[in-house]
Design a protein around this ligand. Structure first.
Ligand code: ADP
Ligand code: MG
Length: 746
């Protein structure tokens, strides 16, 4: 290393000084390699650009046309409500008026005289003037006074036109523009980088792969992605680069899966478990077929002398907890500890309660370890855990603190995985050191791992996030559930909503009223929830016992309220989203979601999963502001259509989706569409490197291909020792290091 030209710091690249280098670094670009992989977000087809004169001949045809020109003037014309902004754009052959009726104030300041714009839209004529109303606009170059080359340069952007054909557009931010790395500046630098450094880029894909799928060589692909000779070449380049990205990730996951499975010895549990049998026999209901099937899959995996790595998927309410308990009891029966990690304290406490109920009759010891576990208690618990007892330990992140050691960790269960990261998964694994009675380590046995998630995951995502796990799915809900009716109600209808709640309470049901709480506005949100609670308690339901829980109250107080709600004494529970995950009170069959427009889809689905757990008809009422009224009826039944890139409309769409389906998969897919994969699971936290060019929404086929090829190579050469895999080994070591278990070196 050190001599790799691709590692050249950007400040040594022609055209980049220390200032530009500093700004680029803020965007994660520090080396020549980073620049080569700083891909355009779009392209401009300059071969299809009209001169102003040509544009004129299309006026009134309704055709979509494009033109490039420089801004001659920016003027407000007319008075409200007929006020409009007119930008006159010119080239040597003529002029077009760009006319705006909306966003005038913003647009007026957004552009400057002299800057070069590419515009497209339908050309019309108004009083003999050629115009485009609300065109799409790309900024190509700043005005002459901003530009180093100065006003001597011909207007109309000769500087980029001479590159001809298809021209890349690079994302440029305000900071980048401040150092004149606007679209055009970046383009010049890219040209330089391609000319100088492309030759050093090694081919990582094997000749066999390139040939089998007709992929371009990496240098052609990189050159074409920045400066495509044609749209066909561009498509080829994109396909190759997307594949590479997906393939490297899948290969990493496949290798990781192999290492976790075969790299270290696991525990061969005896799966004829008296305890698990007793648990099932003692239940007041029978397991669903899906539950039985999944328990069998897990048991078969636990019997193998290799560590289990399994994802358990099942919609909210499908009964995952019981499956987890059965697995835990198998581990306990073989003399091991089962660790159960929950994402929040409330949930850990609830699991502790539920599991105690199941396990106490069986004589299995259970402990709880959270941040709230006090000093003395904690110290003695840690001693007990290190010595290999007791049977089941439930906890939060507190379980993965460094001083927490487990003498006999056999099974690690992680509930609601998406709150935990891949690396946290690994640190729990590393707790699997086995000690003998005196506490001395006797060897390293990897505990089995069971990850549970309630959010159904579109396949493309689960292949990426959980590509290293085997998957079990609980595909049905317990019988006898009446389902959940979801409706949207507006502020105006609030009195009717309260009447409905009173009726339901009169029939013995319990009610959740949920308020949004987000970090940025936490104080305000808490205040809103607290004030509404007071109002509800005093004025709306004075005769009914009402409780409040939120994440900021002392644990004891909160526990007392929750316990009272569980016992059915508190009938109305006002809460912030702390109840989102996992809370289980079957008699609570009505939920009101306040400010539903502020919730994300998966979050609402999780919330809604709190009702519909008993035999009664359940209801979810999504409260929306009055202004949404018309928009919601317009959007109903049409949620599969194009998404408007506008927050307000997205929130309308979310509510409509919620009211139209209970299907967790459909909801997850729409959520993925709306938020994009990055945010869907907070992938930044979960340690899966962001995809630069591949798109999990649209590149499913390439992803499948990448997976097949990756598994083939990982199976044939699990350590990538073969000479034709050396390059792959290098890239993976460099780019995906954090995804590989640290158990293997060299
Ligand atoms: P999940 O964690 O999958 O959302 P839970 O494990 O909390 O679901 O189970 C939801 C509810 O269904 C609990 O009250 C649980 O006791 C109950 N339950 C689980 N399995 C069954 C079953 N086979 N038949 C009836 N009720 C069940
Ligand atoms: Mg659960």
């Amino acid at each position: 290393m050190g001599s790799d030209p691709l590692e050249t710091p950007v400040r040594f690249i022609k055209g980049i000084g220390p200032k530009r280098a500093a700004v680029l670094a803020e965007h994660g670009v520090t080396t020549a390699r980073h620049l080569l992989y700083y891909f355009p977000y779009g392209y401009l087809d300059l071969s299809a650009i009209d001169s102003m004169a040509a544009l004129k001949t299309h006026a009134g045809t309704g055709n979509l046309r494009s033109a490039v020109g420089s801004v001659r003037s920016i003027e407000l014309l007319g008075r409200p409500p007929r006020q409009r902004l007119v930008i006159r754009l010119e080239d040597p052959t003529g002029q077009v008026h760009l006319v705006f009726f909306e966003g005038i104030n913003f647009l007026k300041k957004a552009f400057q005289e002299g800057e070069t714009l590419a515009v497209s839209g339908r050309v019309t004529k108004f009083k003999n003037q050629v115009q485009i109303v609300h065109p799409m606009i790309d900024r190509l170059a700043p005005g002459p006074e901003d530009e180093a080359t100065g006003p001597g340069e011909p207007r109309g952007g000769e500087g980029f036109l001479h590159t001809g054909g298809i021209v890349p557009k690079y994302g440029s931010t305000r900071e980048l523009r401040d150092v004149r790395l606007h679209v055009r500046g970046l383009r010049k630098i890219m040209r330089e980088v391609i000319d100088t450094y492309l030759r050093y880029v090694p081919e990582v894909l094997t000749p066999a792969l390139l040939q089998a799928h007709g992929f371009d060589g990496i240098r052609d692909a990189l050159s074409d992605i920045h400066f495509p000779a044609s749209y066909e070449r561009l498509e080829q380049a994109r396909r190759r680069l997307k594949f590479e990205e997906l393939f490297l990730m899948q290969l990493t996951l496949a290798i990781r899966k192999n290492l976790l499975k075969n790299g270290l010895p696991g525990i061969a549990f005896k799966i004829e478990s008296r305890l698990a049998r007793a648990l099932v026999d003692g239940l007041p209901f029978t397991l669903t077929r899906a539950q039985v099937g999944v328990i069998n899959e897990i048991a078969a995996d636990m019997r193998e002398p290799r560590p289990m790595n399994r994802l358990l998927q099942g919609d909210v309410g499908s009964g995952k907890t019981l499956v987890a308990v059965a697995a835990a009891l198998i581990a306990v029966d073989s003399g091991y500890q089962a660790l159960f990690m929950a994402p929040t304290e409330i949930l850990a406490e609830q699991h502790y309660g539920t599991l105690s109920g199941y396990c106490a009759p069986l004589g299995v010891k259970i402990r709880l370890l959270t941040a709230a576990t006090g000093g003395k208690e904690r110290a003695s618990l840690l001693k007990e855990l290190a010595a290999g007892g007791p049977g089941i330990v439930i906890g939060t992140h507190a379980l993965i603190q460094e001083d927490v050691l487990f003498g006999r960790a056999g099974l690690v269960i992680i509930d609601e995985q998406h709150r935990f990261g891949v690396s946290q998964r690994l640190s729990l694994r590393r707790k699997g050191i086995q000690n003998d009675e005196s506490g001395a380590p006797v060897g390293v046995l990897q505990p089995d791992l069971l990850v549970m998630t309630a959010t159904p995951i579109p396949r493309t995502l689960s292949m990426t996030l959980y590509g290293d796990l085997d998957v079990s799915v609980i595909g049905e809900l317990p019988p006898g559930r009446k389902g959940i009716r979801t409706s949207i109600r507006f502020e105006k209808e609030r009195p009717a909503v309260y009447q409905f709640l009173r009726d339901q309470l009169g029939e013995g049901r319990q009610v959740y009223i949920v308020y949004p709480l987000v970090e940025e506005s936490e104080k305000l949100d808490l205040k809103a929830a607290t004030e509404s609670f007071e109002l509800l308690r005093r004025e709306v339901f004075p005769e009914i016992s009402t409780g409040l829980v939120h994440g900021r109250m002392p644990a004891e107080e909160r526990d007392a309220v929750m316990a009272s709600f569980k016992r059915g004494e508190t009938r109305v529970l006002v809460s912030t989203t702390v109840i989102e995950v996992g809370i289980d009170v079957p008699n609570a069959s009505v939920m009101v979601v306040e400010h539903a427009e502020r919730f994300g889809l998966s979050q609402m689905h999780q919330l809604r999963g709190r009702v519909g757990r008993g035999a009664d008809q359940s209801y979810t009422i999504l409260m929306a502001p009055d202004w949404m009224r018309g928009k919601i009826s317009a959007a109903s039944g049409a949620f599969a259509g194009d998404l408007a890139p506008d927050d307000a409309l997205l929130s309308v769409r979310r509510l409509v989706i919620m009211s139209e389906t209970n299907d967790g998969f459909k909801i997850a897919e729409n959520d993925l569409k709306i938020r994009g994969p990055g945010e869907f699971f907070g992938t930044r936290q979960s340690g899966v490197p962001g995809l630069r060019i591949a798109d999990l929404l649209t590149d499913g086929e390439l992803l499948e291909l990448a997976r097949v090829e990756a598994e083939r190579i990982a199976a044939a050469d699990p350590q990538l020792r073969r000479s034709e895999h050396q390059r792959l080994r290098e890239v993976i070591g460099r780019e995906f290091r954090e995804l590989l278990p640290l158990t293997q070196s060299g």
